[in-house]
Design a protein around this ligand. Sequence first.
Ligand SMILES: Cc1cc2nc3c(=O)[nH]c(=O)nc-3n(C[C@H](O)[C@H](O)[C@H](O)COP(=O)(O)OP(=O)(O)OC[C@H]3O[C@@H](n4cnc5c(N)ncnc54)[C@H](O)[C@@H]3O)c2cc1C
Length: 381
Amino acid sequence: MPPKIAGLKNCFGCGLCAAACPRKIIDIRLDADGFYRPFIDEIDSCIRCHICDETCAFLNPDNEFPAPVGSFAVWSTDDETRARSSSGGVSLEIARKLMSDGYKFCGVRYDIQKHRAEHFIASTPEEAIESCGSKYIQSYTPDAFKKIDLKEKYLVVGTPCQIASFRRYIRKFNHEDNFVLMDFYCHSVPSMHAWKHYITKVKKTHGEMARVSWRDKKNGWHNSYRILIDLISQTKSGSPNQYSSAFSDGDIFYRLFLWDLCNNEACEKSCIYKKNKSQADIRLGDLWGNTYHNDKKGVSAVVAFTPKGKSVIENLDTCVRKPHTFEVVTEGQMKNNIRHASMRGLMIKYLRTGHASTAIVKALIFIQRIINKTNRILKIK
Ligand SMILES: Cc1cc2nc3c(=O)[nH]c(=O)nc-3n(C[C@H](O)[C@H](O)[C@H](O)COP(=O)(O)OP(=O)(O)OC[C@H]3O[C@@H](n4cnc5c(N)ncnc54)[C@H](O)[C@@H]3O)c2cc1C
């Protein structure tokens, strides 16, 4: 029987199947809707070992999750790290700490040539800096995951679904001891068509891009859903010209993403990792809610799910750490999966044409808002 992976039309796109396949015949590429999926072009080379199917968290949804063993508010004492990170800069501090203990780090950077987020392996704390800050698009994993030597020590960070598959992978080959796994509270991932549409418009009006950040804190952490792009062109003083656009001012990418207008169907229908459900040792997030609502620099929500994760957090000497109840730490997090947006199919089809007009994208967003409002009044879910 061919692997089930071969017939998957809609999955998390975590790419672990490609890393685990002993014949390396699974390719991860964008599908027509702009999401990473596995493709097997040479099915005759498949040896039917089914390791890909076994590794896949989408095909094998977990029934059991470890209970949280500690929850904290944490932030880096280094202001620079905190400024370049999405919340408290804890991800980089954990990477630095574990690297000093002999671990390598597998995190996500943005490749400005290919315009994609991708997992990469950092061997030094300097190399790990590129991982700072959330890239709110699906990351391309297989190149990095294939390079990981299971016999060496690694900190691996990713979305909860990527980490759930990663857990299955290292458990299958009996190498869990070598790994610290870290995920985060995850809204969902948007179609790459949305991001490509966005950057095409930016490049057309502002020229080529040198660097992207999705979370600019210049107006404070609570208003940091702001995309800041350093452009190749320079000001008279030699610093890069910048493009800046915030969700609170109607940024179109953030509207598409955070209003669930073009997000992965698997996030809507199959995500089982909200609240206290994680296969990671450590989970991060933004500590929204009442307790830190006056903070301007960023506070990370940190939940330890294993004694190993807890010990990593308790030994972080470059961070401020405050224990809180799980409820306080996760107060602002989504309780349910993203909603189904009736305009989603149409929006993705339109964006994939490659020459979508922003006015029409905005009109579709507006129609969705009217539908949502009407549904709320009529109490339709
Ligand atoms: C798609 C996405 C959705 C998210 N949704 C939520 C949410 O609903 N609620 C919430 O509180 N937090 C969410 N986060 C996490 C949040 O943005 C912060 O990453 C978190 O607060 C930790 O911040 P930090 O300052 O400690 O570290 P940061 O410096 O922000 O570290 C981010 C870490 O995430 C990794 N990373 C970055 N982009 C990606 C990516 N595309 N895929 C996989 N790993 C990535 C990096 O390698 C780095 O280790 C989301 C992140 C992403 C990428």
